[in-house]
Ligand binder design. Sequence first.
Ligand code: PMP
Length: 670
Amino acid sequence: MSQRVVAVVQVRMNSSRFPGKVLKKLRGTSLVELISRRLIKAREVDEIVFGTSTDSTDDELANEIIGFGGKVFRGSLDDVQERFIQAADYADAELVVRITGDCPLIDWEIVDQVVSLAMKTGAEYSSNTHPPTFPDGLDVEVFSLDALKASRRESADSSSKEHVTTNLRMSDSFSKSNLVNEVDYSERRWTVDYPADLRDLESNLPSGFETMTWREIMSKGFEGIESSARRNEGARLGLGQKLWKRAKEVIPGGGMLLSKRSEMFLPDEWPAYYSRAKGIKVWDLSGNEYLDFANMSVGACSLGYGLESIDNAVKQAIDEGVMSSLNSPAEVLLAEKLIEMHSWADMARFARSGGEANAIAVRIARAHTGKDKIAICGYHGWHDWYLSANLATDSNLDGHLLPGLSPSGVPRGLAGTTVPFSYNNAAELSELLKTGEFAAVKMEVSRNFGPEDGFLQEVRDLCTHYGVVLIFDECTSGFRETFGGLHLKYGVKPDLAMFGKALGNGYAITAVIGRREVMQAAQETFISSTFWTERLGPVAALATLNEMKKVNSWEKITETGAKVKAIWTQVFNKLQLRHQITGLDSLASFTLDVPDWLGFKTLMTQEMLDRGYLSSSYFYASTQHDAAHLSKYAEDFEGSAVISARHSSNETIASALRVARSHNSFRRLN
Ligand code: PMP
C-alpha cells in the first residue's frame, strides 16, 4: 500500500537575512504562492501544508496562504523541528517532503523523483543534496515522519531544532538515498537569500517561468543568479553575519567605520554585532561571550566597557535633559580642564568625531595664516582636506591609508593642497616649508615607532621659523602614556592639538585645544554645528578624566600593553617566527615575516575566536585587562600561534582556514 505523502513548506517572516521575503513578489506573485503553484503539480504529493509560527509576525503570511487557498499549520517560532512534526502530524503524513521558503523555483519533477526514490529504496531519508548536483534552490528532502521523530528522540540539539533535519541527515541510525543529476549544476544558485537575489531572478528568468520545469527554464538560457552567497549559508552563518549581509544591502560598506568591517577580521565568521559589552567582555547576537583582545573599539574605551562611574554621570545628564536652547555648562568645565592639563594651551573647541576635530584645526590654521597648504604625517580622518593628498598622485597617501584609497568625490581643485612628509625626516619637511606656502604641519606625535634625535623639536623649530601652525593629532595617542597628549612626554609644545577616542571612553566627544592667538582665528571663519552642543559628550569626558586620574590609567595600560608585547615576543621566538612588534605599548601591533601574512593573521583570528577572543594582529590595552586575563591569553595565543605556524605556507594555510583571508588594514607612515 502506498504511503501518504505530505509536503510541508517551512515559511516565516523573520528570516534573519531577508525579513519578510516569502511575501515579496516575483513577477507579480508572492514567493509563497509561487511555491504553492509549482508544488501542486507534483503527482506524488497528496497534500501540501504550510508550516509557520503562531507569532504575530506571521499573521500576515498565514492570511496570504489562506487567501490563495493553501492549508496552514501554526506552531513554535523557535523550535522549527517541533512545528514541522506537528504540521506533518496534522496532515496525517507518513512520508514528508520538506521544502523551505527560500526556494520559489522548487521543481515538481524533482519532487516526484525524490519521492519515487524514497519509495523504491525504502530509505528513511532521501534528498537531492548529499552531495548536491542540482542548482541550489531546488533542494528536496523526503523522509518518513517516524524517522524524523526518532531522530528528535536521538538528538534534539539546537541545530536540529532550527534546521529540522540536521541529526536525521548526520546520524548513522537512518538509511539514506540521494538523487544525482547527470550533470553537476550545484554551483548554480536559484534561491532567494538576499534582496539582490530576488532582483536578479526578476530580471533574468524567462517569461512564463512559473509553469516551466527547471529543465525548460534552463533551456531558455537561464543559468542562475549572481550572488556571493554560498550553498547552505543560512545554516552555516551566525546571526551576526546574517545581519552583516543584510546591512550591506542597506548601508554602503555595511557599517560606518572601515576598521569594524567583518572582512577586516574573519570574513563570514566574525560575530560582527554585539548585544552587550562590559569590562573587556563582549556578547554577540547569539549570546556568545568574547574577551576583547582586539582594540577595545578602536581605542575608544581605554577604561573598559560600561564603566559605572561614567555611565552614571551620563544617566544623570540624561535625566536632566541632553539638550536645550541654552548651552551645557559641562563644555566650559571640560575646556578649563584640558587647558589646565596642557599649560601651553589657552582655549578649546569641541566636536564629536576625530575627523571633525581635524577639519576644525585645519580651518583654524588656514584662517590664522591666510595660507592653504598643509603638510601631514599620519592618519587624520576622512574629510576632503586630507584625502585631497591622493589627488596629486595616486600613491601619496599609500603610506598613510589603504594603498590606492580613492579620493573620488574630492574636488580636483584641492590637488596639491595637502602634502605628506615622512616621519623622522625633518629635512624633507624643511624643503616643503621653505616654499612659504604652508598654513600648518599636522602630525601624529608617534605611532608605530617613536621620534629620533630631537625630530619633534626640529619640527617645532621649523614651524616657528616659517610661521607655520604646528598641530599634533592626538586623537589616538592622547591619554595612552601621559594624562593628556603624548607630546607632554617629549616636552615639545604644538600650537594646536586634537583629542578623541579615549577622551569620552566610548561617548562621542573630541576636542581641539590651542594657543589663544591661533584659536581666535575660529572667530574669523565659521565653525559651528548643532550636535556639538549636546550635553553627554562633555559630561562623559569629565567623568572619564576623573576616572583616568584616579587609577593612573595611562600607566596601567602601558604596563599591560608591554606585557602583551612580551607574550608575543616569547611565543614568536619559541616558534622561530621572524616578527616585528611596533606601536606605543598600549597600542601594540605585530607583523610576521611569513610567506602568507594575511593568511596567517586570518588563521590566528579564527583560532583565537574559537577560543573566545576578539583579536587581530594588534592589541589596544584597557585598564580592565587584568593578570588573570593575561595569563589565559598567553596560553591561548600560544596555542593559536602553534597551529598557525604549523600551516604557515601558502597551501596549507588555505586548507586550515574556514573562510577567505581578511582584507588588508591600515598602513601608516609613522
Ligand atoms: N586622527 C587620528 C590620529 C586617528 O587615529 C583617527 C582615527 N583612527 C582619526 C584622526 C579620525 O577619527 P574619527 O574616526 O573619530 O573620525
